[in-house]
Unconditional design. Structure first.
Lengths: 357, 357, 357, 357
């Protein structure tokens, strides 16, 4: 089968393999015939062999961890699933026995194995996953090009869920990349009082404005470019929100955005930190003034709750949560280099790949 | 001035007084010129001198506790308010010193005085309230006929807020009277997975169906009449919600509805109890099976949080929460007997009265 | 091997079987050599063939679901456990796939199988359990006669955990049977402001007083017998707690105790309902006054959280939580009829059985 | 009267004034005759005119904000208090009208005035406070030398309360100064699984060891000096707590302690940040690895909840929470220079001053 692998531990080593052996599911596993898969930010870090992810991978390995498809083969002992079931899967594979798992927090399992990093991923015609990780999809609600990136939508929903509440509150989405754009849509859907978006890349800003224009005033949206607005931006947002926002969803990982996030929060507010800074160290200015004395809550966000997040995400899609605009490009899997380049240039939000094309 | 008072402690004793002295605000109080006021379920209990409220009132007293209007006179020491400010007010007047108030739970103050019961209410041309109870309204967002029943909308929002979450969950609204209808609108607005409505009065059922039809499929709504569906209704709702609903908002107080509410809840679910049974005792069938073994949470709901509920309610209105359909009748205050009759016959949802007409 | 079975579906049908075949663990299961086991209230319901449990059991079945012992045989595929490991086990065996399990609420699994009811229990020399249900014990912290009733201690700890907090709050334990006595000890340990105990059985009252006397004033304890104090009891407790208690742990299931529990709660308080009424219906007096208008929270409690409750319980024992006094009798397993009689007469708290004696 | 004032805006400008005019309470205020007062860390910052506090003070002003005493004069309109009532007071004076206050979060009021900084404090024979800020004390439970530092004990209790739970969890107290020492005592009292203490000052370490020795093994305590243990300390604590602690109470503000606090937390853990770094900027190493990927929660802590914290604190004292060892020195108020020096050298925990001596 065809698959995209990191062939060697270095940037530029991602290649399309033409004749990889189709994997066989072990006991308790299933093989899924991949219909659509999507490129995630993590895939780009792997593709460029960034230090933040390089240590987690031993090439050669098939990359990719967002997909949907149909069950093709059932391993021994698998119950409750049938051939041709339409599915996606949680690609964090957890131990079930560590202190986190035993406490019901599988998403922070001590021994998480991530498909596409620690084991074979889904940029391939077929992928094998544990049956316990499968999530059933309804094709009437989730078409394949949307089903291809539920892992990422789950990140967005989990970030939103981790705030103590959204309805009736001023929410800021910091960073309007693909996951930030999904988070913005969820925030609108769950009844926030207002939505503020900050972003620096022109393409993302343009897409944010276009999306906001299409909302027909359903929610007050203000969009800011800190690069052009400068230090006044924080004060402007504070004034527009009667003293500051209640919730920041920090999806960018950019240090200035993290600092601005703390600054724009009203006392008692909370910041959900999904974005990952590229440097390992982070310097926080005016830490006492902006964090301690304001009694803020800051929370690190990882993955998705298994499977409460999946359940909420699917119900939002069923209700009509619109994420169609997130998909800016659909390419055959063989064009993945083009997809990576589009994302690197900020010209794409979500690039969906088709391994059957 | 004109005002509606209970003249004597008996049913039929509500009268329109023509020349009541205009009240003077004391220190820390303001006088408001009432623009619109609305009839609440409690007013009907008073009007009919039902035992549940009779013990709380010593006639003669001006009734009514939902209104909006403009500030007319400021008492001594009032700061932060100006003449002609457009306002509504929380009509629960709390002590600030009891254990509940000190713990930040003013809505369950031990010594709550309710305007319209314990002291003069707002079915009048002028009403006096403590300045600390005022809530500022924006006329562009809250027109007077909506501002007239924010107290009731606050009940609905507080009931919804008291559930641990709404987004992505199956929610049942038990009873589609005025407050139930508002709660249904809020539930749709905050992203519930599905909405189930139960109601027995034909007029209310018809209004529920008409409202649901106007949603254009934004949320799956199913409407049930337990009187015609009989005991199968519970099982039907369970099946439609994959085992049961997550949240019941019990707005009716009818014992069969309360029991059905427990029965349709999925294990771990929660029921918010705003509805008040007319009898003082309540019998629960299969208590262990339907409540304990399912690990349910049941919560009594009273009033509105001061002022977190007001803040959320106003932001929902600003976002476009539509409660226009709740107002079925607008009458001059002098026609209050007609309004009561409409409500008694289930022909009205919210009757707004105009003391200036 | 020896085991106690319900031989037929009727009261009086519990017998000691002398030569039952020793069970063989299947894949993923282990066999444990039982060292000590204890009689639970549920076992008494089974023994007397009470309607509340009769429908769940198909005799003949080995009863009992509280025990500790040593691993004797490992089934296929079991990892992380060794022969002679000292263990207890969660005896609720859950499906892992239903909506509750998927949401992390295994203790309310739709398809729970309880060992000792739905499948063979631990009143036997050997018991087979799924490896995933095992809990490792440290013999220096948990001697066998304490390890024999961790399932029940887990009920007590789960009930306490389900309250929003204990430290600094007035707590009432309603019913001082074995689990009530354990809950009282936990409440003292976790820093409650005061402890109130209500109980009607003379033996239990005496044990409560003896236990309280041994606390050397570490916590204000007041013990009440509603049978002798009559209707004034509620008012007396309210006055002693400045208006009412914050938390009621209802362990008795007696309807008058449930009603008194609601009555003594201060507004905003919460009642945890572990006790199971013997009748299927429950009548609540003054429901609006005592529940709705006070904004109470009432929660059904079932089992123990897997495995957060086990973790907290073991840490409390390690810290020195003293439950030694709960064990009033230790008998050879063959004397189980005597143990049941002691419990029926209220002369015992916890009866530990030794199948090796 | 005598009082200690900052005479000028500079270090060394604190002086004992001999004949300051006794203040007169305005409407709604009371005057208290100070019996004991205590030196807080903030007072030392003021004394040394540290930049972190200098901007908040306009000399001359009487400093000090921890005290107890007896009511001496009632201002106009004060109800519910009598002459000679034994009291302490919350010294954060809040507006009651800002968004925080309206939401029930008075401790993070936008317009907080702190007595001893923004207005006259309690290092004096008499102090005037708003009646609404008074807290009644029972002299049998709270002797004056303990009542003198309830503001600080409130900081400790509020920090503990802000964690989602303490019972059954591994807790680390970072910094064993006066407030850290109080927090440690509360953590033991509320049933933590284990207590780990980190501290660098020899005197504080010695006091920590002495206190721990007096606990008679009631809780496993381990005490660490990062200065001597070096980078292995984190790994040692992780191993002793099966992977990391659940809760860090960060009371020191020292950047290395903050970083170690994040590092020793188990995934899903939480850090309460009361300690204030002396520099305005804080650099966090391995931010993604130690914070985001572990899904931690970090919370800024300010002041005390009004008045839930006071209520819990007084109930802990009534239960027997022992904080006697916190008071290392009792001096006449005129010896305040000596007290400051003792604290600067780390030779004292709490220095109580007596203005009547």
């Amino acid at each position: 089968m065809q698959a995209i692998q990191m062939a060697r531990p270095e940037a530029g080593a991602a290649v399309l393999i033409e004749n990889l052996e189709v994997p066989t599911p072990g006991p308790g596993e299933v093989r899924v015939r991949v219909q659509n898969t999507a490129i995630c930010g993590t895939d780009r870090h792997i593709y460029h062999w960034d230090p933040s992810v390089a240590s987690m991978i031993t090439p050669p390995v098939t990359i990719g961890h967002e997909f949907c498809g149909h069950i093709d083969t059932l391993g021994d002992g698998v119950e409750g699933w049938n051939l041709e079931d339409y599915v996606s899967a949680e690609m964090h594979i957890v131990c079930g026995r560590c202190r986190s798992c035993q406490a019901g927090n599988k998403h922070i399992c001590e021994k998480t194995q991530i498909a596409g990093l620690h084991r074979a991923g889904c940029f391939a015609e077929y992928v094998v996953v544990p049956a316990g990780n499968l999530v059933r999809l309804d094709p009437k609600i989730v078409p394949p090009h949307i089903g291809s990136f539920l892992d990422a939508l789950g990140n967005a929903v989990h970030t939103v869920q981790s705030a103590s509440s959204i309805a009736g509150r001023h929410v800021l989405v910091s960073g309007y990349g693909a996951i930030g754009a999904m988070a913005a849509a969820v925030v609108e859907f769950e009844g926030a009082k207002s939505l503020t978006i900050t972003e620096v890349m022109p393409g993302h800003l343009e897409r944010a404005k276009k999306w906001a224009a299409g909302l027909n005033g359903r929610i007050p949206v203000s969009i800011h470019d800190p690069a052009t607005e400068g230090p006044d931006m924080v004060e402007r947002i504070r004034q527009a929100t009667r003293g500051g926002v209640d919730v920041v969803l920090e999806m960018s990982g950019a240090p200035p955005a993290i600092l601005a996030g703390l600054e724009v929060l009203y006392p008692g507010g909370e910041m959900m930190q999904l974005g990952i800074p590229s440097a390992s160290n982070l310097e926080i200015q005016n830490f006492a003034q902006e964090f301690i004395f304001k009694g803020l809550t800051w929370r690190g966000i990882l993955g998705r709750r298994m499977f409460a997040t999946w359940d909420e995400m699917l119900s939002l899609l069923q209700r009509g949560l619109d994420v169609e605009h997130i998909v800016t490009h659909r390419l055959p899997m063989s064009s993945f280099h083009d997809g990576m380049a589009l994302l690197d240039r900020g010209e794409a939000h979500k690039v969906v790949l088709d391994p059957t094309a």
